[in-house]
Design a protein around this ligand. Structure first.
Ligand SMILES: [Fe+2]
Ligand SMILES: [Fe+2]
Length: 154
C-alpha cells in the first residue's frame, strides 16, 4: 500500500472512529440501565483514544486530519431515535454490527501495512473493537435470557 492509499484508509478510519465517539456518547446519555450506560460511556472514551491515535498516525504521514473533522456525526442522530423505538437489545445488536465492520476494516488494513509501529497501533485498536463486540454480545445474551436457556440445557 503506497503512502497516498494509506492516508486515504486512515482518513476513513478517523471518520468512522469519530462517528463511534458520538454514537456511544448519545447512547450512554439515553440508556436507563446504569451498567450499560457506563459501558457505553467507557466505549466512547476508548473510541476517542482511537480518534487521537489515528489522527496522530495520519499527521506523522504528513496528512491533514483536520479536514476530516468536517464529516458529520450522523450515527448519533440515528441512534437517538433507535433507542426510543427498539430498546437496548436492538441498540446493542446494531452496535455489534458496527463493531464487526470496524474489526474487519482494521484486519484488512493490518494485512496491508508493513510498518511495525503502525501495525501495532492498528492491532491494539482492533482488539479494543473486539472487546466492545464481545461485551455487547454477552450483554445481549444476558438481556434476552440466552444464558438461562443454555443453563437449562446443561
Ligand atoms: Fe474504535
Ligand atoms: Fe469499538
Amino acid at each position: 500500500m503506497d503512502k497516498k492509499e494509506l492516508e486515504k484508509a486512515l482518513g476513513l478510519f478517523l471518520a468512522l472512529e469519530m462517528e463511534q465517539v458520538s454514537l456511544y456518547q448519545v447512547q450512554a446519555a439515553q440508556t436507563a440501565d446504569e451498567h450499560s450506560a457506563m459501558a457505553l460511556k467507557h466505549f466512547a472514551q476508548i473510541e476517542q483514544g482511537h480518534v487521537d491515535n489515528i489522527g496522530a498516525a495520519l499527521q506523522s504521514l504528513g496528512g491533514e486530519p483536520g479536514l476530516l473533522a468536517a464529516v458529520s456525526p450522523t450515527f448519533g442522530k440515528i441512534a437517538g431515535h433507535m433507542t426510543e423505538v427498539t430498546g437496548l437489545v436492538n441498540l446493542l445488536r446494531a452496535n455489534i454490527i458496527i463493531e464487526t465492520f470496524a474489526t474487519r476494516h482494521y484486519r484488512y488494513l493490518i494485512d496491508r501495512v508493513e510498518d511495525p509501529g503502525l501495525r501495532e497501533l492498528l492491532y491494539m485498536n482492533m482488539i479494543d473493537e473486539e472487546l466492545h463486540r464481545a461485551w455487547m454480545i454477552d450483554k445481549v445474551r444476558e438481556l434476552t435470557g440466552a444464558d438461562e436457556e443454555k443453563k437449562k440445557l446443561q
